[in-house]
Design a protein around this ligand. Structure first.
Ligand code: NAP
Length: 295
């Protein structure tokens, strides 16, 4: 391996530590701690693990966690009603509805019902539009975490060629907007892109957000490029437990790249750290305070 291994775990710990440092000052000025409400519908084991980690992280930073666990038979109206109540609850600064939702619930309708000022996932069309037009917004946690790692690694992204593989509203599209905001030259690739290996090979920055285990091979990477692997894929192992891999064939890509995120321990921990950051930022804005510094 020649590439530097980008340590998302360490960066995430630093951000969470900074949030924890800033919470008491907010509490002093606002007379209450910031609050994050999580909503989990159903019993998908992976979603339950994510939501538990988010609640734990919230408590560890000194913020208040309001956990709502609903059965998978919950109707769309019932969920919308809860969101409306959370919008009105003064103790709640951030609302996170864990996706995916059961089939009877239209996720877009739920996201549109969340107060944009409490939309700490940054998925509301108002926040997506503000990001696209360069206005202050709440930015989706995963791409914001990727940007943080990139900026730590590369002094400036200005003029660099960036290829984002994946165009979801959650990762690919906001990632592209953030890179554009840093003056990178951005290409968004997807399942219809022709000759993806050649497209990727011209990039100084490759962001893989596809959901296909080790799809991006070493010979897709330009020597010296910076590779951010968003993918989380479980592949079978002989002991039956399975193992997590990214969308990038790590060992191959690490021979060519200058820097690369591992899976696990790269982008994953940054998502929760940025959720903590967004909750603190949302709390400041709701209280009419300037955004906290150093985040
Ligand atoms: P998604 O909504 O399924 O989007 C996947 C994207 O990949 C789509 O735009 C799709 O293109 C594209 N794609 C699929 N097959 C492709 C191919 N063969 N070649 C090129 N592009 C292809 O997934 P997502 O929510 O963005 O998540 C992507 C990955 O990131 C998943 O592994 C997910 O688990 C992971 N993730 C990780 C975190 C984290 O915290 N680390 C957070 C969120 C997601 P089309 O649009 O043309 O179908």
């Amino acid at each position: 391996m020649t590439a530097r291994r980008i340590d998302g775990k360490a960066a995430a710990l630093a951000i969470r530590g900074r949030v924890a440092e800033l919470v008491p000052a907010f509490e002093k000025r606002a007379g209450r701690a910031p609050g994050l409400a999580t909503v989990l519908v159903g019993e998908d084991p992976a979603s339950a693990v994510y939501v538990r980690s988010k609640n734990r992280a919230t408590a560890e930073t000194g913020m208040i966690s309001f956990a709502h666990n609903l059965p998978d038979t919950t109707s769309e109206d019932e969920l919308l009603q809860l969101v409306i109540e959370l919008n009105a609850d003064e103790r709640v600064d951030g609302i996170l509805v864990q996706l995916p939702l059961p089939a009877q619930i239209n996720a877009a309708r739920v996201i549109e019902t969340i107060d944009p000022g409490k939309d700490v996932d940054g998925f509301h069309p108002m926040n997506a539009g503000r990001l696209a037009t360069g206005l202050p917004s709440l930015v989706p946690c995963t791409p914001y975490g990727c940007l943080y790692l990139l900026k730590q690694e590369l002094d400036s992204l200005s003029g660099l060629d960036a290829v984002v593989i994946g165009r979801s509203n959650i990762v690919g599209k906001p990632m592209a907007q953030l890179l554009l905001g840093e003056s990178a030259t951005v290409t968004i690739a997807h399942s219809r892109t022709r000759d993806l290996p050649s497209v990727a090979r011209r990039a100084d920055i490759v962001i893989a957000a596809v959901g296909r285990a080790e799809m991006v091979r070493g010979d897709w990477i330009k020597p010296g490029a910076c590779v951010i692997d968003v993918g989380i894929n479980r592949v079978p192992t002989s002991d039956g437990k399975g193992r997590l891999v990214g969308d990038v064939a790590f060992a191959e890509a690490a021979e060519v790249a200058a820097a690369i995120t591992p899976v696990p321990g790269g982008v994953g921990p940054m998502t929760i750290a940025m959720l903590m950051r967004n909750t603190l930022v949302a709390a400041h804005r709701r209280a009419g305070l300037a955004d906290p510094e150093g985040l």
